[in-house]
Design a protein around this ligand. Sequence first.
Ligand code: BES
Ligand code: MN
Ligand code: MN
Length: 462
Amino acid sequence: MQHIQSYLDEHKDRFLNELIDLLRIPSVSADPAFKDNVIKTAHVIKDSLLSAGCDHVEICETEGFPIVYGEKIIDEKLPTILVYGHYDVQPADPVELWHSPPYEPVIKKTEIHPEGAIFARGACDDKGQMYMHVKAMEFMTKTQQLPCNVKFMIEGEEEVGSVNLSKFVKNNQEKLKNDVILISDTGMIAQDVPSITTGLRGLSYVEVEVTGPNRDLHSGLYGGAVANPINILTKMIASLHDEDNHITIPGFYDKVEDLSDAERAEMAKAPFSLKEYEKSIGINSVYGEKGYSTNERNSIRPTLDVNGIWGGYIGEGAKTVIASQAFAKISMRLVPNQDWEEITTLFKNHFESIAPAGVTVKVKPHHGGQGYVTPIDSIGYQAASKAYYDTFGKNPIPQRSGGSIPIVSLFEQELKSKTILMGFGLNSDAIHSPNEHFGVWNYFKGIETIPLFYKYFTELSK
Ligand code: BES
Ligand code: MN
Ligand code: MN
């Protein structure tokens, strides 16, 4: 039986080149200008699943972008792994901050990635990580080592909220039936610190609009006598945190689960250097909710952040004006037990209630999703842990992540199965930012580790 190492030695260059070709297609789901490219990417994924050995692959149309579904069922009595990933990417903006064009992948060495990293939008999130599964599948089928059934579900709308995938999952329970869901769309602590993500935060995303006078006004003629929507908006936003950086929305924390001291002590054992953290993002100090560590603030605690704010004159030079309207996009990261729709309502009611006379305020909910936690005593977690042990030579650390993959809690609700999040990216890989990249070493490490998950999951399921 051929070992993964010798298979990789033989096919390494092709595995890299296939990913590079995939990254050349700008599959930005948020921007209608990229529509054809998103659809084209779905077809490329379909072909890749067929060549990797799936018996049956289809493009499932939705009201939005298609879902690519593939399967290989070898024996109904064996367990079934459902692999989920996404082929859509975030917009590359601001493009001028990229050192090489976002859709012309290049491999460059970095301090963290001495073997080189592929720089391109989607390299890590999630084309590179998703494609590890396709190549692991190829290895298992071509060398007759696929130990169980596998289903692939690769969507094109993760970065815009997975609305159509939610419907697809609800309507295709039988087709998607599985024993465990496997996803690589998260990160690990460091190159030499493998970790399995055991939690994701939920999300409520809203847009707010503050309207004052019926037109933009001369800021001299009217200044001081009318409510300035931008002044008001920033004041309202500032009031959403108190001096300890707690969120002031009534009821916001009601369902937040407090971790026990023992759990917090366990979390604190994960290797972390505050100095390096600060240095890596160029800040002179961390900032956040009083009473919690940096790792707690960005994983087990809910947050509220402005993601964008605009209004008034932002062109060259100066224009004296009081804008008629001001806007902001606000995200709230939520923790398990907080219900995103309930939080959205709490936000809306509160934000509207604090609007002073002189302006009107509208809150438009965008999208959201629930958080997720998974226990570490499941067969899936144990199988992942053994797989990492084999390829990294050490046990992985369970880690609750601050990011969100809202569809994961829906999987649990609709398909009644647990998700194992085997991420191979690093926080420094700059996902969603300019110069996103994915380590070549990480890519191959993923391809090496995934088949072992299949093996151990099948063995432990007996
Ligand atoms: N893959 C990320 C989420 C992620 C990254 C989780 C790293 C944990 C570690 C995913 O593609 C993403 O960006 N999710 C969005 C939410 C979505 C509704 C747009 C997010 O977290 O902002
Ligand atoms: Mn992702
Ligand atoms: Mn993303």
